[in-house]
Write a protein that binds this ligand. Structure first.
Ligand SMILES: [Zn+2]
Length: 275
């Protein structure tokens, strides 16, 4: 007997989850038009020069939660990303209400939810931000196994508790900036939450360059199901109505950054975003 549980059936779970879409027979019926994750097809991206995405992250205590869906670290108030638009003078204009987003939490997926040119990375971290108007912006960073590992991700996975609801605490502080690749080029598109209610209008920024992680981190994430919330429902950018991904390459130029959004699924039992 086929199970009607999982991302492919979220749209049937509650009327408010309809945007997620649901399976009908063997076919998946899409309802939302801008659902995350997507495959980023470089052939379909448009290169634009926009103001840099700036990260103003403060240090935070290392407290790792097992939410039952993923490994998550809540971030204290005061750490932001800032978007902006080039003014004609070449300076960057930004507004605190619309362009400054507070980092609320970040969490992991293994393997990655996004793919680039069809290629899935070993892991992905989603840094979830909100501005004063309640708009959501998520920064996604793909992570691949390498001998040049991330000590921060190793530490996080090392203290991540196996039981849902538990917290792992290490008496040290860290900075989420360590999860952002040095090269700040990114793809951006308008998407959604990746858990119910799959709300659209989320701005997604997927960093163009991956960071590296150890086989230990990926293995612990995957084997212990700590961060294996994999989205079965996968969208592509090739649909006729799908907005094309834009990629930022440099901080010089005069084109304003397009206003855009993204998606993460939200667990019905968890009021926080999962991404
Ligand atoms: Zn996520």
């Amino acid at each position: 007997m086929k199970s009607n549980i999982g991302p492919s059936f979220w749209g049937q779970d509650a009327p408010s989850f309809a945007t997620c879409g649901a399976k009908s027979g063997d076919a998946f019926v899409e309802v939302g038009m801008r659902q995350t994750p997507i495959n980023i097809d470089n052939k379909l991206t448009t290169k634009v020069n926009t103001a840099a995405l700036t990260f103003q992250y403060q240090d935070a205590p290392l407290v790792v939660s097992n939410t039952g869906h993923t490994v998550e670290l809540e971030y204290p108030a005061g750490s932001t990303i800032r978007l902006g638009q080039f003014a004609s003078s070449g300076t960057v204009n930004w507004s605190q209400a619309t362009d400054e987003f507070q980092l609320a939490q970040f969490h992991f997926h293994a393997p990655s939810e996004h793919t680039i040119d069809g290629k899935r990375a070993d892991m992905e971290v989603h840094l979830v931000h909100k501005n004063l108007l309640g708009d959501i912006a998520v920064v996604g960073v793909l992570m691949n196994i390498s001998s040049d590992t991330s000590l921060l991700v190793d530490s996080i996975m090392n203290i991540a508790p196996l039981a849902p609801g538990d917290k792992g605490v290490e008496g040290v502080s860290f900075n989420a900036r360590q999860l952002i690749p040095e090269n700040r080029s990114y793809y951006m598109y308008s998407g959604s939450l990746t858990t119910p209610p799959c709300t659209e209008g989320v701005r997604w920024f997927v960093m163009r360059n991956p960071i590296t992680v150890s086989p230990f981190a990926v293995g612990r994430c995957t084997r212990s199901s700590l961060c294996s919330l994999v989205t079965e429902v996968f969208r592509t950018t090739t649909g006729p109505s799908y907005p094309r991904t834009r990629e930022r390459w440099s901080s010089t130029g005069s084109s304003p950054p397009p206003r855009c959004a993204a998606r993460m699924r939200r667990a019905s039992s968890d009021p926080r975003m999962l991404g």
